[in-house]
Design a protein around this ligand. Structure first.
Ligand code: SF4
Length: 375
């Protein structure tokens, strides 16, 4: 397994809830940034000659703000400099309003076989409240265009717990996504992050969010609607038709290694996590002057890595395999956590069998608490 993540830190504008590493309207940086990425990718391919590309993921930001030749050029470059698997999953994140049929055709021709649209809602009032640039119709049509271009592995991101949102309007958006025939959904509850417009509004008591009961109800209808349409929950926030789980993200949840390139991108290779400079200008400068783009480096002890593997694996509905944990770290999870695990099991929040440790359905809404106990 060889996973490679490439970060494109550009967007057309900044959504009000967004704390991701992305800057709006930096059109002048696109070309030098792409050239810098190529240089970093070339170096990575040189440093890891045995790396076999099984998943390639372009995230952001909004990768599809790049002119199509730049983005497809990067896809082709990766496929050229790294050894490829026969069935490499190549995913791109996109936003409605940034692609047309021609753009999507070009992505397919370059080998992109999975596309993930940041839709967030099909309700125009909610989209406006989030600061999104597209409306519900545009979001629905782009899914159709992607299918016309030959994508059959399409994912949609939606958010719940939004300002102006009711349980019924959440049902509407979710049903609309399900009706479109996409194979994968990522469904996130809004969290108000520092340094966002929403954070300031909340501080000034200007952010009116649904009640906790409403959000719980949204959670419940999510599970019922998705499962009813054949999309099974396989991770806390992710649902998929069987065989369409995101391989790239599964690699993160298994806490396996991955390479990364680009501003703000984090890699995890040989037990070491490395974070690249978040500022695209700085990233370009470093690459141009042959200075390192790494701004943070952390070497994980085997025990720290074991705990992370447990926490990440608990995000998966299937849980973590005790055998795989033992083979990888020589640690038995039951012995290691002792009473903490017994207590969580007693309250019905986790299930420990001879083969697996997993969070129960009862424990899932309290998964943050469970993970905090085991971290
Ligand atoms: S499109 Fe995505 S990455 Fe860009 S500002 Fe909005 S939420 Fe953030």
């Amino acid at each position: 397994m060889g996973a490679l993540y490439i970060h494109i830190p550009f967007c057309l504008s900044k959504c009000y809830y967004c704390s991701f590493a992305s800057i709006p309207s930096a059109f002048h940086l696109y070309e030098p940034y792409v050239a810098s990425l190529r240089k970093e990718l070339n170096e990575l391919a040189h440093n890891y000659p045995n790396f076999k590309l099984t998943t390639l993921f372009f995230g952001g930001g909004t990768p599809t703000v790049l002119p199509v030749e730049q983005l497809t050029g990067l896809v082709r470059y990766c496929r050229e400099v790294f050894n490829e698997d026969n069935e490499t999953e190549i995913s791109i994140e996109a936003n409605p309003g940034t692609v047309n049929l021609e753009y999507l055709d070009a992505l397919r021709a370059a080998g992109v076989n999975r596309i993930s649209f940041g839709v967030q809602s099909f309700n125009n009032k909610e989209l406006k409240a989030l600061g999104r640039l597209h409306d519900g119709n545009e979001a629905f049509s782009v899914l159709d265009l992607a299918m016309q271009a030959g994508f059959n592995n399409i994912s949609v991101d939606l958010m719940y717990g939004l300002p102006c949102q009711s349980v019924d309007s959440w049902k509407y958006s979710l049903q609309k996504a399900l009706n479109s025939g996409v194979k994968h959904l990522s469904l996130y509850q809004l969290t108000v992050e520092h340094d966002t417009v929403f954070f300031k509004r909340q501080e000034n008591n200007q952010l009116l969010l649904p009640t906790e009961e409403d959000v719980l109800q949204m959670d419940e209808v999510t599970f019922a609607l998705c499962e009813g349409e054949g999309l099974k929950r396989y991770e806390i926030s992710n649902y998929a038709v069987s065989g369409y789980q995101c391989k790239h993200n599964l690699n993160y949840w298994f806490n396996n290694e991955y390479l990364a390139a680009g501003a703000a991108a984090v890699s995890y290779m040989d037990g070491t996590r490395e974070k690249r400079s978040q500022n695209p200008d700085q990233y370009i400068d470093c690459i141009a002057s042959n200075r390192s783009v790494i701004v943070e480096k952390e070497r994980l002890s085997s025990e720290a890595s074991f705990r992370e593997t447990v926490i990440m694996g608990l995000r998966l509905v299937e849980g973590v395999s005790r055998r795989r944990l033992f083979e990888r770290y020589g640690i038995d999870v039951e012995r290691y956590y002792g009473h903490t695990l017994i207590d969580l099991e007693k309250y019905g929040l986790i299930e420990l069998s001879a083969t697996t440790l997993r969070i129960t359905d009862k424990g899932r809404p309290l998964s943050n608490y469970v993970m905090a106990e085991l971290v």
